[in-house]
Design a binder for this molecule. Structure first.
Ligand code: 6AU
Length: 252
């Protein structure tokens, strides 16, 4: 008999961090476990995408440093308004990977001032436990394993990375292509219904696969949505696929 997973309701009861609670509450309220990755390069594209997919997602994942015309007032202020309007969180996929002091500067300073607007951020844990101390006011999603071909996140790396992630109070989850302990939330990118790869090392799985075999909590979809002819419809498709895959994964 296969092991069952905990439901979002069960995870919500055990959640300690305010951002974990918010994510789980949003998932249940919107019946969605979809995070759209907005890997677009202008403010207009970013805001248009957020407007189209906003109702169907629990979070919008940004790479804010690829926005060529970034301006706090013109980019972040309206993005935050859309996040409030459609009830989604902002996940900045910065993948910090330095010593604590440098990460703190990258998080709080420069033009992006991530600390002022992101609900949660991604970070490598390669800098060790204390490198994560600076993310006090947000949740951290630790990079445990990567989706790309030839990644150096081997079994033994992932084991050590998990020790850091599970022990740090700022960490709410991990990004991985393998199952992780249920104490933290699992975020899985590399999800696409049409393709198996992108010719640049990315490797894709289906929502069904990642819920069934990894017991993931949230799927992250980039090109499957923003490159689609109809991003709004694509977000509905991934939302529905993700939700039914989640429900199926609750059954024995
Ligand atoms: O669906 P795609 O391939 O268009 O986009 C996947 C998104 C990109 C990557 O930077 C990110 O997910 N990603 C991550 C994250 C979220 O941290 C880790 C990883 O291992 N693979 C991956 O693709 O924005």
């Amino acid at each position: 008999e296969e092991k069952t997973r905990s439901s979002y309701e069960q995870k919500l009861q055990n959640a300690q961090h305010s951002v974990s609670k918010k994510l789980l509450e949003t998932a249940l309220a919107k019946q969605s476990n979809l995070i759209a990755s907005a890997d677009v390069t202008t403010t207009q594209e970013l805001l248009e995408l957020a407007e189209k997919v906003g109702p169907n997602i629990i979070a919008l994942k940004t790479h804010i440093d690829i926005i060529s015309d970034f301006d706090y007032e013109k980019t972040i202020v309206p993005l935050k308004a859309l996040a409030t309007k459609y009830q989604f969180l902002l996940m900045e996929d910065r993948k910090f990977a330095d010593i604590g002091n440098t990460q703190e500067l990258q998080f709080t300073s420069g033009v992006f001032k991530i600390t002022d607007w992101a609900d949660f951020v991604t970070s490598q844990v390669i800098g060790g436990f204390e490198s994560l101390d600076c993310f006090k006011n947000v949740g951290v999603v630790a990079i445990i394993g990567m989706s790309s071909k030839g990644t150096l996140t081997t079994n033994s790396y992932r084991e050590e990375a998990l020790k850091v992630a599970l022990s740090h109070p700022n960490v709410i989850g991990g990004v991985s292509q393998n199952p992780i302990p249920e104490e933290i939330l699992l975020f899985t990118p590399g999800v696409n219904l049409a393709d198996s790869g992108d010719g640049k090392g990315q490797q894709y799985n289906t929502p069904e696969h990642v819920f069934k075999t990894l017991h993931t909590d949230f799927i992250i979809v980039g090109r499957g949505i923003y490159k689609s002819d109809n991003p709004e419809q694509a977000s509905i498709t991934y939302k529905n696929e993700g939700w039914s895959a989640y429900l199926n994964s609750l059954e024995k």
